[in-house]
Design a protein around this ligand. Structure first.
Ligand SMILES: Cc1cc2nc3c(=O)[nH]c(=O)nc-3n(C[C@H](O)[C@H](O)[C@H](O)COP(=O)(O)OP(=O)(O)OC[C@H]3O[C@@H](n4cnc5c(N)ncnc54)[C@H](O)[C@@H]3O)c2cc1C
Length: 392
């Protein structure tokens, strides 16, 4: 049996970045991941300016920017009328260190962090699914299934970063409180020349039926289009319904190449507690939100930046364990009070603007913002409010 200071469950972006922060602080850490590789499904790809400093502190920013690209433009498109309202993160120039967003698939960010973990000699066990967990005053014992049979790990602390369906959270018997939306999101990676039709590299397409988030992934002509459909429609026929959707929304030629797609259920949920004894939850394992406005991984990264630091200090005996309670309480508060309601409001505006009176009020507000730099500054500063300042 192997023992480490910290065992991280899940090699998604939150798991590997936590592991990297701990390893850089000299803490012995090990990662276990159920799948044979980092998940390649189309998920987060837009990183708000506010998380870039934390990515930089981990020594990953230059590589991440080289692997993806940064950008400032941002537009709302009203599908029915063709009206565009343009905004730009450039209004933050002179106010913040990185006045731009980064576009990069979350799988790439995780893979870049894994390269660093490898160089630091951190063991990462792929194909190792956690199935059991017990703890006492001295440590945590974790059981896992692998292709070669059962395995067992011991650690002083465990971080459960194993996603919205977290086994760690379930093994702790913690409720995942909240609600599940009656719609399904379909995230598609497609090749189509949106830019030739004047689309901003992040376009929020407002429509009561055909709302979508459309964002450029890379320089090869790959774009993400995430749309919404009723959850009662058969999931196995998503791809059959897709041409009708794109026939309606694509601005020019209806020819597009579907590279990848994935249907998702969406929730607004948070774990009853983000700490149970020697186990901490982070990222989607702790909280899950619909992705409109990109606040899911943003919240997970802000968990990460404060958690690895606090846990390293506890392991080194430089901070009392109560700092971990503060982590748990503060990160839950920020999610419940700020991230989750904002993401729900974003979803309403983009995907459910069916009331013309309400839509006009929303558009008036956005038009005003489009013309007023100060209002844009306030809008873009919002994501920084999801950060918890260092606890140690
Ligand atoms: C369509 C879509 C678009 C999105 N876009 C954005 C965006 O632009 N910006 C943003 O901030 N957020 C976005 N999000 C949200 C973002 O994808 C999630 O918040 C993010 O994946 C959370 O990362 P994580 O590391 O916590 O969990 P995950 O990425 O889910 O990783 C969890 C890992 O744990 C592993 N695991 C699970 N169970 C076990 C087990 N029992 N044992 C071992 N390992 C296990 C899984 O295999 C997985 O690799 C989007 C989500 C979707 C669906």
């Amino acid at each position: 049996m192997t023992r480490t200071d910290v065992l991280v469950v899940g090699a998604g972006p939150v798991g590997v970045l936590n592991a990297l922060g701990l390893a850089r602080a000299g803490i012995s850490v090990r990662v276990v991941e159920a799948e044979p590789e980092v998940a390649q499904s189309p998920r987060a790809m837009v990183y708000h300016w506010s998380v870039l400093e934390g990515i930089e502190r981990l020594g990953l920013l230059d590589q991440a920017v080289r692997a993806g690209f940064t950008k400032q433009d941002y537009s709302y498109l009203v599908l029915e009328t063709g009206e565009r309202i343009e905004m730009s993160v450039s209004v933050l120039e002179g106010h913040v260190r990185h006045p731009y967003n980064l576009h990069l698939g979350q799988n790439r960010l995780a893979e870049i962090a894994l390269e660093h973990l490898k160089r630091l000699g951190v063991p990462v066990h792929f194909g190792c699914r956690v199935t059991g967990l017990t703890q006492d005053d001295y440590g945590v014992t974790v059981q896992a299934e692998t292709a070669d049979g059962p395995d067992e790990f011991q650690a002083d602390w465990v971080i459960g970063a194993d996603g919205a369906r977290s086994s760690v959270r379930q093994l702790l018997g913690l409720e995942f409180e909240g609600m599940t939306w009656p719609e399904r999101f379909v995230a598609t990676n497609i090749r189509y020349d949106f830019e030739a039709h004047g689309y901003g590299r992040s376009t929020l397409q407002i429509d009561g039926r055909y709302g979508a988030i459309i964002a450029k992934i890379d320089e090869t002509g790959l774009w993400r289009c995430t749309y919404c459909e009723d959850l009662s429609l058969p999931e196995e026929e998503v791809v059959d319904r897709m041409p009708a959707y794109f026939d309606t929304v694509l601005p020019g030629s209806k020819e597009f190449e579907l590279v990848q797609y994935s249907p998702y259920r969406m929730h607004q949920r948070a774990a009853e507690s983000f700490r149970a004894g020697r186990v901490l939850l982070a990222g989607d394992a702790a909280h899950s939100t619909n992705p409109t406005g990109g606040l899911g991984l943003t919240s997970g990264l802000f968990d990460t930046f404060v958690l690895y630091d606090a846990l390293a200090a506890v392991v080194r005996g430089r901070a009392a364990e109560t700092v971990l309670d503060r982590y748990a309480e503060e990160r839950k508060r920020v999610f419940i009070e700020l991230a989750s309601p904002t993401a729900s409001e974003n979803k309403r505006l983009i995907y459910h603007s069916t009331d013309p009176v309400r839509l006009e009020q929303d558009l008036e507000r956005l038009r005003g913002m489009g013309k007023d730099e100060q209002q844009q500054v306030e809008k873009f500063l919002f994501s920084k409010k999801l950060e918890t300042p260092a606890l140690v």
